[in-house]
Design a protein around this ligand. Structure first.
Ligand code: PRP
Ligand code: XAN
Ligand code: MG
Length: 161
């Protein structure tokens, strides 16, 4: 996991709204044969988009990347067997960051339409449709990776300084 200068915190409510906004855009470009979710991050946006577009055929593709380790090469641990070359299929992920995952999946499904909820500048050229862009040095915090916790009152933390 790369370190970032700031966080962009996404609540369940915001993720639902942003995924629905994505569905509105994608509805105009259909009909779609089905949806390929890029696991695991793409699963929940894909479910929300599938509900809105009344898509019932859902395939998955799983790519494991080891950016920070020596072996370095992305591994396709589950190919999207049902989706052919991707023609007529919608490919959904939560975000593009460096574009490493996107490059691998686009090579497997060259004709698919690639949609993400969030995009960072490096990955943005690889995406056909997205909703919100954040800067490259921002880490997006998804609701499934976070939980609410107690934070000290301002007066108490200021007094400790
Ligand atoms: O553009 P990139 O630099 O490739 O980064 C984007 C990918 O990274 C995250 O997935 P991750 O590989 O962490 O796995 P996960 O979806 O199972 O959490 C995210 O869900 C994207 O798929
Ligand atoms: O939760 C996440 N937030 C991000 O910004 C990110 N970039 C790659 N992978 C990521 N996972
Ligand atoms: Mg992912």
């Amino acid at each position: 996991m790369s370190m970032s200068n700031r966080y962009y915190t996404v609540s369940w409510d915001q993720l639902h709204r942003d995924s629905k906004a994505l569905a509105w855009r994608l509805n105009d470009r259909g009909p779609w044969r089905g949806i390929v979710a890029i696991t695991r991050g793409g699963l929940i946006p894909a479910a929300i988009v599938a509900r809105e577009l009344e898509a019932r055929l859902i395939e998955t593709v799983s790519v494991v990347t080891y950016n920070e380790e020596e072996r370095g090469l992305p591994q396709v641990v589950k190919p999207p067997a049902a989706a052919g070359d991707g023609e007529g299929w919608l490919l959904v992920d939560d975000l593009v960051d460096t574009g490493t995952t996107a490059k691998v999946v686009r090579a497997l499904l060259p004709k698919a339409h690639f949609a993400t909820v969030y995009a960072k500048p490096k990955g943005r050229p690889l995406v056909d449709t997205f909703i919100t862009e954040v800067s490259q040095d921002t880490w997006i915090l998804f609701p499934w990776d976070t939980e609410a916790q107690f934070i000290a009152p301002i007066a108490r933390s200021a007094a400790a300084r």
